[in-house]
Design a binder for this molecule. Structure first.
Ligand SMILES: *Cc1c(COP(=O)(O)O)cnc(C)c1O
Length: 413
C-alpha cells in the first residue's frame, strides 16, 4: 500500500507497520527489549542527542516497538503525532506536567472518569485552578473561562452516566480563544469518533480499553491533531521552540512529561496492545450492537428504573451521538427499581463478570457507587447523577442472544 491511497480504518492499521522497513521482512513489528541503542560512530550518538538526526538512545524516551504503536494510534486518530504512556492516567497526567504552570486555569467537564476527577483535585491544590462544569452545554464552559484558562478538558461519552459533551461547539469556542482543547476519546475510540473533526487539539486514549480490547495490557496515548497553533501557547520553554511550531507542544510533552516523569510504555505491553488494536472495528461492531439490544430490552422492563445509553431515543444527547459517532459505544449503565438489590442482581448474572475495567472482550459489570465512585462520597456522586443502585455494563464480544438471556434471567430470579 502507498501512503497516498486512502484505505479503510482496519486496512490502514493492519498494514501500518509495513510502511517502514521491518527487520527480516517480519510481518509483525518485533518486540525490541533493549533499553539502550549503540552507535559505531560516537558523533552519530551526539547528533541523536542534539536532535540533529532521528534515532533511539534510551528506552524511556523512545523504543522502535513503541514507535510503531504510536504510528498506528496516530493513523487511527488521523493525527500529526502521538506519544504512548504506561497507562491512560499517565497520558492525562502528562498534560499537567508538561503544559501547566502556577496560576494557570483549567476548565474540566464534571462528568469524568473517577481517577481523572481525583487528578484534577490534586492539581487544584498545587497552584493551578480547576473548575468543573456541565460540559453538555457550551455556555457553561464559556462562562467558566478566564484569561488564565489554558486547557478545556472533556470526555466524549462520560463514564458511567454516558453524558455527551457539546463537542463541536466547545471546539469552536476553544479555537476562537486560543485554548488547548483536550478530548478523552477512550469511550468512543477512534473507530467510533475522531475528535479532530470537532477541533480537538490533543486526544487522550486509554489504550487499556477498546484499542487493546483484551484486558492483557495497560497503556495510554496523547495525539496532537495538528489543530492547535503552539506558537500561541504561553508555556512553551525556549528550548523546545525548535523547528516548526506545529511540533512544539509534543516536543515539550515528550521531554517534560514522558522523559522527566518516566511513565513510559514497555515494549511487551506495547506488543499486546498492537495485536489487540488490529481487531478493534470487528469487536466494536459486535459490542455496540449488543449494547443497543440489551439497553432496549432493559428500558422496556418495568423492573428497571432507568437506562443510560446514547443509542436510546430517551437519552438527552441521542441526536448529537447519532450525528457524531459511528455507533453508540459498548458501555451503558442502568438503575433497578427499589426492592431489587443491585448486588443480588449482579450475583445472578452468569456471563457478566463483576469487575472493574471496560472495553474487554468479556462483559464486565460493576456497582458504581460502591466501587469506582466510592471514594468521592455521596454528595459529589449525587452532583454527578450517580444513583446508589447504578450498575455499569461494559459489553463484551459474547453472542448477543446469550447476553440478552443472561441480563433477562437475572431480573426474573
Ligand atoms: C480507563 C480510563 C482512563 C485511564 O486509563 P488507565 O489505562 O486505566 O490509566 C482514562 N479515561 C477514561 C475515560 C477511562 O475509561
Amino acid at each position: 500500500m502507498t501512503e497516498k491511497k486512502q484505505y479503510g480504518f482496519t486496512t490502514t492499521i493492519l498494514h501500518s507497520d509495513r510502511q517502514k522497513p521491518i527487520e527480516h521482512g517480519s510481518l509483525h513489528k518485533p518486540i525490541h527489549t533493549s533499553v539502550t541503542f549503540g552507535y559505531n560512530d560516537a558523533r552519530e550518538l551526539a547528533s541523536v542527542f542534539q536532535g540533529k538526526q532521528p534515532g533511539y538512545r534510551y528506552g524511556r524516551q523512545g523504543n522502535p516497538t513503541v514507535s510503531a504503536l504510536e504510528d498506528k494510534v496516530n493513523r487511527m486518530e488521523d493525527g500529526q503525532s502521538t506519544i504512548c504512556f504506561a497507562t491512560g492516567m499517565a497520558a492525562i497526567a502528562a498534560l499537567t506536567q508538561a503544559l501547566l504552570r502556577e496560576g494557570d486555569h483549567v476548565v474540566s467537564s464534571s462528568f469524568l472518569f473517577g481517577n481523572t476527577n481525583s487528578l484534577w483535585q490534586t492539581i487544584n491544590g498545587q497552584g493551578i485552578k480547576v473548575d468543573f462544569v456541565d460540559a453538555t452545554n457550551v455556555a457553561n464552559v464559556e462562562a467558566a473561562l478566564t484569561p488564565a484558562t489554558r486547557i478545556v478538558f472533556v470526555e466524549t461519552i462520560a463514564n458511567p452516566r454516558t453524558q455527551i459533551a457539546d463537542l463541536a461547539r466547545i471546539g469552536a469556542l476553544c479555537r476562537a480563544r486560543g485554548i488547548v482543547y483536550v478530548v478523552d476519546n477512550t469511550m468512543t475510540s477512534p473507530y467510533l469518533f475522531r475528535p479532530k473533526t470537532v477541533g480537538a487539539s490533543l486526544v487522550v486514549n486509554a489504550l487499556t480499553k477498546s484499542i487493546s480490547g483484551h484486558g492483557h495490557a495497560l497503556g495510554g496515548s496523547l495525539t496532537d491533531t495538528g489543530e492547535y497553533d503552539w506558537s500561541a501557547y504561553p508555556n512553551i520553554y525556549e528550548n523546545y521552540k525548535k523547528g516548526a511550531p506545529a511540533q512544539w507542544g509534543m516536543t515539550q510533552i515528550r521531554a517534560k512529561a514522558l522523559r522527566d516523569f518516566g511513565a513510559s510504555l514497555g515494549p511487551e505491553a506495547t506488543h499486546h496492545i498492537a495485536v489487540g488494536a488490529e481487531t478493534i472495528a470487528l469487536r466494536l461492531d459486535r459490542e455496540c450492537a449488543s449494547a443497543l439490544a440489551i439497553a432496549h430490552m432493559l428500558e422496556a422492563d418495568p423492573r428497571v428504573a432507568a437506562v443510560h445509553y446514547p443509542g436510546l431515543e430517551s437519552h438527552p444527547q441521542h441526536a448529537l451521538a447519532k450525528d457524531l459517532f459511528r455507533a453508540y459505544g459498548s458501555l451503558f449503565s442502568f438503575e433497578l427499581h427499589d426492592g431489587i438489590d443491585c448486588f443480588d442482581y449482579l450475583n445472578r448474572l452468569k456471563l457478566g463478570v463483576s469487575a472493574s475495567n471496560l472495553g474487554d472482550t468479556r462483559t464486565l459489570v460493576i456497582p458504581v457507587a460502591h466501587t469506582i465512585f466510592f471514594e468521592m462520597g455521596a454528595e459529589r456522586r449525587a452532583a454527578m447523577g450517580i444513583a446508589e443502585s447504578l450498575i455499569r455494563v461494559s459489553v463484551g464480544i459474547e453472542d448477543t442472544a446469550d447476553l440478552l438471556a443472561d441480563f433477562a434471567q437475572a431480573l426474573d430470579a
